[in-house]
Ligand binder design. Structure first.
Ligand SMILES: [Zn+2]
Length: 247
């Protein structure tokens, strides 16, 4: 999970959300509760937030990734518009831009109608998740700091430690280790350079190896927080940065 910045609210939402909300709340009054609105009528009343402007704004802000698990849903299904505070409990927030998150089907299903108003989890648009989690190999854990409870609840509610996320993390871990080995070899070559020319060439090669591994940490890359943490902990990478900076 990485910090995200909201895009500007689509004009169509600004122009219409009050009317849509009012129609939904009228139906709630008529039938007694949100869940008692006949399904067909309810689906029609709430359908308006599912539009292309909302979807593309959310996708842009999250680089096409799920806001929770950082997978790219388009690779295995569509991105879904998730209500951070569930619309079944907070129907007045059904059309609120700030209550939307782009989510994959798995995280959306896992979170279901968890009441974030009662048991909060991290909303990456509002809280910077940096430092809240760490990875033990391919498992995500809550860091032992002031955000521990929030992080634990987020892992539990969104299923961030489910086996479906272990496989892609394991695959990335292999790539990261392969890239680390290239860096290690480039360091070795640089240390053994015996002329200025060789040294300059090998610094260049090392810099290229660093650039390649750093590509995986870009916010647009899937599971980027996993890669960022790997590099922050990587002695080989930190040594390489030092050598390049000193050169
Ligand atoms: Zn997800």
């Amino acid at each position: 999970m990485i910090k995200l910045e909201r895009e500007v609210e689509p004009q169509g939402m600004i122009d219409n959300k009050l009317q849509w909300k009012s129609d939904l709340l009228t139906a709630i009054t008529k039938y007694g509760s949100y869940k008692d609105i006949p399904e067909k009528e309810k689906q029609k009343l709430i359908s308006f937030y599912r539009n292309d402007a909302v979807k593309s704004g959310l996708i842009k802000s999250s680089f096409g990734k799920c806001a929770f698990c950082e997978c790219i849903p388009s690779e295995g299904g569509n991105i879904e518009i998730e209500h951070f505070k569930p619309k079944s409990i907070y129907p007045d927030l059904t059309f609120e831009w700030d209550n939307f998150l782009p989510s994959c089907r798995k995280c959306n299903d896992s979170k279901d109608s968890h009441d974030t108003g009662v048991e909060p989890i991290i909303n990456p648009y509002d809280i910077d998740p940096k430092g809240a989690f760490y990875f033990n190999d391919i498992e995500i854990k809550a860091a032992n700091n002031g955000m521990k409870k929030l992080a634990e609840k987020t892992i539990e509610v969104c299923g961030l430690n489910s086996v479906r996320l272990w496989r892609p993390r394991a695959e990335i871990l292999i790539s990261l280790r392969i890239f680390s080995r290239s860096i290690e070899e480039a360091i070795e070559e640089l240390i053994n350079a015996d002329t200025d020319r060789k040294r300059a060439n090998r610094v260049k090669k090392l810099r290229e190896a660093i650039d390649i591994i750093e590509m995986l940490t870009k916010p647009s890359e899937k599971y980027s927080s996993f890669c960022i943490e790997f590099l922050e902990q990587s002695e080989v990478y930190l040594k390489a940065i030092q050598l390049v900076n000193d050169a």
